[in-house]
Design a protein around this ligand. Structure first.
Ligand code: CDP
Length: 407
């Protein structure tokens, strides 16, 4: 059932279709509970009488910061966030459709990084808000998604939106997702060796499509999202004594000092007044977060085109590499060039964004010394495709309706 559905959707998705005479509109709501924010995606689908399956007509998107994990010690406030976002669903979905419109929430790295009991308390609050709502609450509507699914579902979303999942398509696109807590790489290998030489564990995943099984290289690195990487670089990940410790880095302007929060904790951070500052020492620091942790897939060069989104997109905008609406293509060496500029300009304090040097250097290091991309590799930086968010959320909605049997 999924095959035909996905095929059908992918063929017609690009155009904003008008409902034909005897067509029915239906809605579905996906919440993305990320480490840095919570987002709602309200999808409008059209089911026509003549077609067995629906077409994606529209996505309504809204986000709130910070993420649910910021309320680890106040779970009711997390429920409040979701209740606020539900207003978007109430505005978008006509009242008569509420009771058959499903609500689903999937949490990612923010909740994965919390102690299980604290994460569960947050999910319980969300469940309460869902149960009180006038919408349809399916079984398993609130949960933490595993990293493999996060990578695979984002791959499905992006390939679906770029028309690479139809029968005529001969190639697919890879995805690079840089979240706050975790980062994902997913692509369809051309070479058997890529699968065979992948480490044991969660590096290969499959799902069925078009009479064949797609076998993807995919991995989610927990702790290698951009915000978690900042903490590791500062030596603050899992540290004690946050009240009195000041975490220093050569990636920050030397005169900079501030409080910085992630995952419900606040850290005092500063530049290194006496030590070295700039791109080179910074690269050595961020390398510790990447070296020996990130696996280099066997094939990357002249493999698929990679779509990069989330923080890859945001930081490329901050660095002036791309337009914040259209996105565009950049090479790995462009990130490197801007990282050097940002780091070697830090003496001109106050810097506009004190973490730009660290973030751009980490992205450069992750791409080169982490995944093993070459300086000349081209990345397609994307925020939206055909007005739909580049994210795992659409793939997760398709999985909800059609059970993609990811394994
Ligand atoms: N639909 C979305 C979801 C995330 N993002 C961006 O992705 C980054 C962080 O992702 P996240 O908070 O979900 O992190 P993880 O929990 O996945 O590690 C932020 O820059 C968000 O603004 C986005 O631009 N659009």
């Amino acid at each position: 059932q999924f095959r035909t559905s996905l095929l059908d959707l992918s063929g017609i998705l690009p155009s904003l279709s008008r409902p034909a005479n005897h067509s029915r509109i239906f809605y579905a709501v996906m919440f993305d509970a990320g480490s840095t924010g919570t987002r709602i995606h309200v999808y409008t689908f059209i089911q026509s009488n003549s077609e067995p399956l629906p077409v994606l007509d529209n996505e309504m998107f809204h986000s709130i910061k910070p993420g649910l994990s910021a309320y680890a010690d106040h779970p009711e406030t997390a429920g409040e966030t979701v209740r606020m976002l539900l207003k978007v669903a109430k505005k978008t979905v006509p009242r008569l459709d509420w009771k058959r419109t499903p609500l689903v929430l999937r949490a990612t790295a923010g909740l994965r990084l919390l102690p299980a009991a604290k994460a569960q308390a947050l999910l319980d609050q969300v469940q309460l808000v869902f149960d009180e709502s006038p919408f349809l609450v399916p079984d398993n509507s609130v949960s933490i998604m595993n990293g493999t699914n996060e990578g695979i579902l984002a791959w499905i979303s992006l390939n679906f939106l770029t028309d690479h999942l139809n029968t005529r398509a001969t190639k697919t696109v890879g995805i690079l997702d840089l979240g706050g807590g975790s980062t994902q790489i997913t692509f369809l290998p051309k070479l058997r060796t890529t699968i065979e030489s992948a480490p044991d564990g969660d590096y290969v995943a499959r799902f069925d499509f078009l009479n064949s099984t797609f076998e993807l290289y995919t991995h989610s690195y927990l702790g290698n999202g951009l915000m978690a990487a900042r903490l590791s670089t500062l030596g603050a990940l899992g540290a004690e004594g946050l009240e009195w410790q000041v975490f220093k880095s050569s990636c920050l302007p030397s005169k900079f000092r501030d409080d910085w929060s992630f995952g419900g904790l606040t850290y005092q951070v500063s530049g290194d007044q006496d030590g070295r500052v700039g791109y080179k020492p910074c690269y050595q620091e961020v390398l510790q977060v990447v070296k020996g942790i990130i696996h280099q897939p066997h094939e990357l060069e002249d493999s698929n085109v990679f779509y990069a989104f989330s923080y890859y997109f945001d930081r490329a905008v901050d660095a002036g590499l791309i337009n914040n609406v259209q996105g565009g293509t950049v090479r790995v060496r462009d990130f490197k060039k801007r990282a050097k500029e940002a780091c070697n300009k830090m003496t001109e304090y106050p810097a506009v964004s004190p973490f730009l040097c660290m973030d751009l250097t980490y992205i450069t290091c992750l791409l080169k010394d982490g995944f093993g991309f070459k300086d000349g590799t081209v990345l397609q930086l994307t925020k939206k495709v055909k007005n739909v968010e580049a994210s795992w959320a659409l793939g997760a909605m398709l999985d909800h309706f059609h059970n993609l049997k990811i394994h």
